[in-house]
Design a protein. Structure first.
Length: 226
């Protein structure tokens, strides 16, 4: 939960659930948010300056953790909008590459500008001192791939993640076979509707939802703040 100190006309501070976008090992915390012009929190949050106070909940919670997944060959991370945030953390974590040979992140947004953060973050990873060497194989082929699609503007790949999975276009683009419970693990983060629809689709391939106490083939997390 993050928020800002209450203003004079507020009874209590406004707090919202955010995903931590920085990796687990980092000594800085990074968050990824949209800016809502008249939003109670983000209208103010976007104006913070160095030295301002930001409130932070004491206890982080979440279900998008590698421990809730069984070992496998390939890890898929399906995100829409700011649902990319938890994957911004995981793609910078060496443990992700220690557990999976191939990591494919998808990011679907309405418009091109919303893809800037994910595209920059992933393309800069090759120069990262910690995971730079993990994101490519010795023969130069990528172990980490970012597949982007847009739903309301032209782009090389168009359409919702659900449409791309159903049509098989996603697997064509990734150069992989379709989802298979033997080899593939999936994490999903986006709006409630996106999660429900994508999870239902993933289940049709035979993957089951996992938890820390009972790891399985996929996990989901709602990105609470739009
Ligand atoms: P679309 O433009 O077709 O609604 P939002 O900002 O509404 O969360 O949307 C972010 C992205 O997620 C958009 O590209 C949107 O596509 C897509 N999206 C919205 N709802 C779903 C859903 N139920 N399943 C898959 N993708 C979705």
């Amino acid at each position: 939960m993050i928020g800002l100190p209450k203003t004079e006309d507020q009874k209590r501070p406004i707090m919202r659930a955010y995903s931590i976008a920085s990796p687990a090992w980092d000594d800085k915390l990074e968050f990824y948010s949209i800016k809502v012009e008249d939003g109670p929190l983000t209208s103010r949050l976007q104006g913070i300056e160095l030295g301002d106070t930001v409130l932070l909940g004491r206890k982080p919670v979440g279900t998008l953790v590698l421990d809730a997944l069984l070992p496998g060959k390939r890890l898929w991370m399906f995100s829409t909008g700011t649902g990319f945030a938890p994957f911004a953390s995981l793609v910078r974590d060496p443990e992700t590459y220690e557990r999976y040979d191939e990591v494919i992140v998808t990011h679907t947004c309405r418009e091109a500008g919303e893809l800037e953060y994910s595209q920059r973050l992933v393309s800069d990873l090759i120069n990262d001192p910690l995971v730079g060497e993990m994101v490519v194989r010795e023969d130069g082929t990528p172990r980490l791939k970012l597949i982007t699609s847009l739903t309301r503007e032209n782009h090389s790949l168009k359409g919702r993640i659900t449409t791309l999975i159903e049509s098989g276009k996603l697997f064509e683009e990734a150069g992989t076979p379709a989802l298979n419970p033997e080899t593939d693990r999936v994490m999903i983060c986006g709006s409630k509707a996106m999660i429900d629809d994508t999870a239902a689709l993933v289940e049709t391939f035979g993957l089951k939802e996992g938890s820390n106490s009972q790891p399985a083939e996929f996990v989901v997390e709602k990105s609470f703040v739009g």
